[in-house]
Design a binder for this molecule. Structure first.
Ligand code: ADP
Ligand code: MG
Ligand code: MG
Ligand code: MG
Ligand code: MG
Ligand code: MG
Length: 662
């Protein structure tokens, strides 16, 4: 989450009138950044992670846990901690600028949910292998500092979702549901961050859509689950808002857990990694090559088996967030003929990527999304401004959306030294990769963000997945690897990743041969900088075969550990990369513990967080084989997550997930 603007937000009908204006100014700001920064070279290969927490509050006497809505108090406490400030940490969103060079202490940020907290390292990590070993201790430090600024009964927990979010009495303090912004029958408006941007975002998404957002998650059918399952928490007799008709019009689907507000999605916690590339071309390559890995890492990090007090039949959060911010109108969704809107739009503004952007000769046009919708007028403006077709297409696709929150103060004059209008669209296009242009006013370079991963219960796991993504990115650059498959296959993979135990049982489209066309196999003396100079890849003399022959269905295990049919495996590729570098023995051993977790999650030796939690629920003494996650079970899940984060399996608890790590 970036810095928060302050001002007077427009209600949707007013925002809609100025949407075209905001888009045009956003495109002008983009062109200004692009002109300033397209020639930026030799930026350092920096990276940084983001950890999101739920803040929970225990009521031990009643064996009850609630979400604490004291986000602002906790951030205030962090922001006024003199020791933290002196060490360069604190809270940039609240009172300081973006982290400065030399900052080391962690930085805390607000998030959508009033029960959430985000923490990042005080400054991005460098390219060195030693830096990788600082990640886990730093994540632990963040958790410790966060806890120190909370009440005795409060804890930061890294579960993706609060198990009974949306059930009665799930927040502290409690508020009545059905407020004017969310109009949810399950959650109060106070669930959202009070900064005017957030309730406005939720309200305007609902308003644009013409009804509440609609999340239906298939319920897990256990032995005694009533079937067909009708979500027993749905109230069909509310008459506070016109939107209360939604459920009478069929919004709640059979055999599904029904949810009706942005907080059910944007209240989820995830693990994100941002890389800085040495220049724009390298950033574009990273963006493309990491994109097909997205669904694989979603399945591998699966940690979301419970919603609103019920076991779900899915393991990950992605689609729920997608639906929680889906502002498409019935016309855009294809439910009504196009009359007032411009396009049918196949995906929510929170969805898997729809573009490739690298000027890599290996990018075949057959890989591109045939259903891509772009704003041709804005694309033309970018082309006229000198941008190339691929990048212009990418941004002209993001800019098919309306800006949701518009501050009237920002419409007075166009400031080309700012990026507010550009960021308005950019930061509300939540795709699984994000291409981040350099912000004005500092030396930051072109960045690429990897966004699909689920937050893990322990910092060990969060560090492991972060480090794995860093190392595979280095291997991609060093060996010039090629993971291209058609975008529609990546989109399908994202759906596949949702299935229960997809990490073990599902198959994903993946490229068979990741090596460059002109063989440039990993050798022991690849470039010492960790990045190769772009190899002179020329088209092979023989014509390219059909695209369909380039990829096949593989299990996550085959993708991660290698397949009999010849795919080398991402972990072996990382190992080859490490072999090619001078990594000291001690560092190599430490890295091995992280890679081992990934390897074993993929081959089934270790369980995903989702599998562990599902197992925990199903074996709980209060569980009645009816899919219901009771208050007592919830209390024990959260306590378990807290204990596992502290002990990391050393006491034997949670070892199915973690192994005996050290
Ligand atoms: P957002 O919420 O918009 O994704 P954040 O400000 O939370 O962005 O930062 C995301 C991550 O990027 C953090 O871990 C931060 O340390 C890291 N980061 C900051 N500057 C750079 C940079 N120049 N290169 C790479 N990563 C960076
Ligand atoms: Mg965040
Ligand atoms: Mg952030
Ligand atoms: Mg963000
Ligand atoms: Mg809503
Ligand atoms: Mg981020």
């Amino acid at each position: 989450m970036g810095l928060l603007a302050v001002g007077t937000p427009l209600e949707w009908p007013e925002a809609k009138k100025v949407a075209g204006h905001v888009r045009e100014w956003g495109i002008e700001q983009l062109l200004a950044i692009w002109r300033r920064a397209k020639g930026k070279e030799r930026d350092a290969l920096l990276w940084g992670d983001e950890i999101e927490y739920l803040v929970v509050c225990y009521d031990d006497e009643h064996r009850k846990v609630r979400l604490s809505l004291r986000q602002m108090d906790i951030l205030d406490a962090l922001a006024s901690d003199q020791d933290l400030l002196k060490a360069g940490g604190g809270v940039p969103d609240v009172q300081r600028g973006a982290p400065k060079e030399g900052d080391t202490a962690p930085v805390f940020h607000a998030e959508f949910g009033r029960f959430m907290l985000e923490a990042t390292p005080g400054k991005p990590w460098g390219i060195g292998f030693k830096d990788l070993l600082d990640v886990e201790p730093n994540m632990k430090l963040r958790r410790k500092i966060a806890k120190e600024h909370m009440a005795d009964t409060e804890f930061p927990i890294t579960l993706t979702t609060f198990p009974r979010l949306g059930q009665k009495d799930c927040t502290d303090p409690a508020y009545p549901v059905s407020g004017p912004k969310l109009r949810s029958q399950f959650l109060p408006d106070e669930i959202a961050n009070p900064h005017v941007r957030f309730p406005t975002l939720a309200a305007n998404i609902r308003w644009r859509r013409g009804r509440k957002v609609e999340l239906n998650v298939p319920v897990f059918r256990d032995e005694k689950t009533p079937w067909p399952f009708k979500d027993p928490t749905v109230n069909y007799d509310l008459h506070n808002w016109p939107e209360d008709d939604d459920v009478r019009n069929g919004a709640a689907k059979e055999n599904c857990i029904y949810m009706d507000a942005m907080a059910f999605g944007m209240g989820s916690c995830c693990l994100q990694i941002t890389f800085q590339a040495k220049n724009i071309e390298e950033g574009r390559k990273m963006y493309d090559q990491l994109s097909p890995l997205g669904p694989i890492l979603l399945a591998l990090t699966a940690a979301t088996p419970v919603y609103k007090g019920f076991l779900a039949d899915t393991d990950v959060r992605w689609n729920q967030i997608s639906r929680a911010v889906d502002d498409r109108t019935p016309e855009e969704l294809g439910e009504q003929p196009l009359k007032n809107d411009r396009w049918r739009i196949p995906k929510s503004r929170y969805a898997s990527n729809s573009t490739y952007i690298s000027r890599d000769p290996r990018l075949r046009k057959e890989y591109l999304d045939p259903d891509l919708v772009v704003d041709e007028k804005l694309k033309q403006r970018l082309l006229d401004g000198g941008m190339d077709d691929l990048l212009a297409t990418h941004f002209a696709h993001l800019f098919i959306r309306d800006p949701i929150v518009v501050f009237s103060e920002d419409l007075k004059e166009l400031d080309l030294d700012k990026v507010d209008h550009f960021e308005n669209l950019q930061s509300t296009n939540w795709q699984h990769m994000r291409f981040k242009p350099p912000p004005p006013g500092n030396n930051t370079g072109w960045r690429v963000e990897f966004r699909p991963m689920e937050i893990q219960i322990t910092d060990f796991e969060n560090a492991a997945f972060s480090i794995f993504i860093v190392l595979i990115t280095r291997a991609i650059l060093s060996f010039d690897l090629n993971f291209y498959i058609p975008i529609p296959r990546v989109t399908e993979n994202m759906e596949t990743a949702h299935a229960r135990d997809a990490v073990l049982n599902s198959k994903f489209y993946f490229r068979k041969n990741p090596f460059p066309e002109r063989p440039e196999r990993p050798t022991s003396n690849s470039s010492a900088s960790g990045t190769s100079t772009p190899s002179p890849i020329s088209r092979p003399d023989t014509p390219l075969g059909p695209v369909e022959d380039e990829y096949e269905l593989m299990t996550v295990n085959e993708i991660i550990n290698g397949s009999a049919s010849g795919f080398p495996g991402l972990i072996p590729l990382v190992e080859s990369y490490l072999n090619s570098m001078n990594v000291d023995v001690e560092t190599r051993c430490e890295l091995a513990t992280y890679l081992d977790l990934i390897r074993k999650r993929a081959d089934g030796t270790l369980w995903s967080g989702a599998k562990w939690m599902r197992h925990f629920v199903r074996n709980h003494q209060e569980y009645k084989q009816d899919s219901v996650v009771t208050e007592g079970i919830e209390f024990d899940i959260v306590r378990a997550a807290e204990r596992i984060a502290r002990e990391e399996g050393r006491d034997g608890f949670g070892f199915e997930m973690l192994g005996h790590k050290r």
